[in-house]
Design a protein around this ligand. Structure first.
Ligand SMILES: C[S@@+](CC[C@H](N)C(=O)[O-])C[C@H]1O[C@@H](n2cnc3c(N)ncnc32)[C@H](O)[C@@H]1O
Length: 477
């Protein structure tokens, strides 16, 4: 898709800032302890596997209570490990989530399985598995590593992991089997040379493949037995509701019926257009940020564990929402999705909203200019940014369509900066939302250290980037 526009300054972004300035407010309650995954660390499952991109269940409850206390049907089109879905279910909501990364899907399936497993039965299975476990055996099947995971495990760890998985296959109770596999899945980082660090997967120098300038030492690398025993015991403890009522906060209330929890596996870009119009009361979500973060590299060990080969990992990367420099344009695929659903007018409308957003054109233009001057540290950044917003325009259009009148969207996202150029993700996405008929109620910002961001949108010094929670409402009628 061609980018229109020849704007040379930050004028369009400043215009947008002035338009929404009165709605940008700091909520002092939105500190790290409420928003981030860290707040979940006392929760069962969340402490079994750390899905660091997740947000806290308390945050979900905070916004549901604030904006839609009346129970209904909630959607999270980027469900991750399911914070939205499980928190809302605890409040009695029916919940639907869409997720493309099998890592999040497996975490949600394990969570569902855990609700059906009896702690005593689980403890009995641990004993049985260890009784039969013979570390001198050679596993029949092996994980099929891909180039970016080769040599990830020291010593006997990989062999023992393979042996353990063979034992798991003999467990007859499907839910217990899922939890046993999930236990191994949750320790892959601990028993490997790798660590999920900020933007990428770091390798310990002991793996002899450390390419960085600095020698990275991740500290203790656990043996498979040590790590798996610890994990299984943790799960056992959390499954025992008498001992751990507080941790396992599946606080069922007096519902007329058990709320449903529905996980749809695949891309929201494909699935949202197929959902019924006016069918959800509330959407709470956090899409990938426009920050080059590559989920498929960070979770490479977990993807291999789940049977993904090199080709499948690359395909997955391309189908995820564009947020890495490797993502290629999905314009033609999106067009054919809408064409097949007889929804080409929607497609044209979305593309036109994208093209008529002045701030979007300005960002695209500025990034291309920086690129031509060699001022971006990767030449694909303009493509990534352009496609991120285009794809988000499709997501926002669909969110508006499937929300019931008076329903709200609550979206967590961060602003970004490339080559010194600030990209006001909050303002551009809100502008799209407004064009599709949503009312912008609030752009909540997280409190920051040195005062909030200023009006400067272009390359005029380094201002603090806003971390936001947007609240949009579908107007009735
Ligand atoms: C910021 S995380 C959301 C985490 C979630 N709020 C939680 O608490 O676990 C964004 C999620 O979007 C998912 N994702 C990326 N592209 C997607 C797509 N096209 N369709 C559905 N999910 C996608 C990623 O796999 C990731 O889990």
């Amino acid at each position: 898709m061609e980018i229109a526009g020849t704007i040379k300054t930050a004028t369009e972004r400043e215009k947008l800032y002035r338009k929404y300035k009165h709605l940008i407010k700091t909520d002092q309650k939105l500190d790290r302890t409420l928003v981030s995954f860290q707040a979940n660390k006392q929760e069962a499952l969340y402490r079994w596997f750390k899905y660091k991109e997740g947000f806290s269940k308390r945050l979900v409850k905070y916004f549901i209570n604030k904006y839609h206390p009346k129970v209904g049907h909630i959607l999270d089109p980027f469900a991750g490990a399911g914070s939205t879905l499980f928190a809302a279910k605890e409040l009695g909501w029916d919940a639907t989530g869409i997720e493309i990364l099998p890592v999040g899907i497996f975490a949600m399936q394990a969570r569902l399985a855990s609700e059906k497993v009896d702690g005593k039965e689980f403890a009995k299975t641990i004993k049985e598995v260890w009784r039969k476990f013979d570390i001198n055996k050679t596993p029949m099947n092996k994980l099929k590593n891909i180039p970016i995971t080769k040599g990830a495990y020291p010593g006997e760890n990989e062999k023992l992991l393979n042996l353990y998985l063979e034992h798991c296959n003999n467990i007859s109770n499907a839910d217990i089997k899922t939890l046993f596999k999930f236990a191994a899945f949750s320790i892959l980082e601990e028993i490997s040379y790798t660590r999920k660090d900020g933007q990428y997967l770091r390798w310990d120098y002991r793996a002899n493949r450390s390419w960085g300038k600095t020698k990275f030492n991740k500290g203790k690398i656990y043996s498979f037995q040590e790590a798996i025993e610890k994990k299984l015991n943790q799960i056992k403890q959390d499954l025992n509701p008498v001992v751990n009522l507080e941790l396992f906060s599946n606080n069922k209330q007096n519902w007329n019926k058990e709320p449903s929890l529905n996980i749809l596996e695949g891309s929201s870009l494909e699935m949202l257009p197929k959902l019924e119009t006016n069918s959800f009361d509330f959407i709470m979500t956090s899409p990938p940020y426009c920050n080059r973060y590559d989920y498929t590299r960070t979770y490479a060990l977990e993807l291999v564990f789940l049977g993904y080969d090199d080709e499948a990992v690359k395909n997955l990367r391309q189908t995820m929402l564009s947020c890495t420099v490797e993502n290629k344009e999905k314009y033609a695929t999106l067009r054919s999705t809408y064409h097949n659903l007889n929804k080409l007018p929607d497609f044209e409308k979305i593309a036109s909203v994208y093209n008529s957003c002045g701030a979007m054109q300005e960002v695209n233009y500025q990034l291309q200019k920086l690129n031509h001057s060699g001022l971006l540290n990767n030449s694909n950044i303009p493509r990534m940014v352009k496609n991120y917003f285009l794809e988000m325009a499709f997501i926002i259009f669909e969110m508006h369509r499937i929300l019931k009148p008076n329903g709200s969207v609550v979206m967590v996202n961060d602003n970004v900066r490339y080559g010194g150029e600030e990209i006001p993700v909050d303002l551009i996405l809100s502008d799209f939302a407004e064009s599709f008929g949503l009312t912008i109620e609030k752009i909540w910002t997280l409190p920051v250290g040195k005062g909030n961001s200023s009006q400067q949108m272009g390359n005029h010094g380094r201002t603090e980037l806003r971390k936001c929670v947007y609240v949009w409402r579908k107007i009735a009628g």
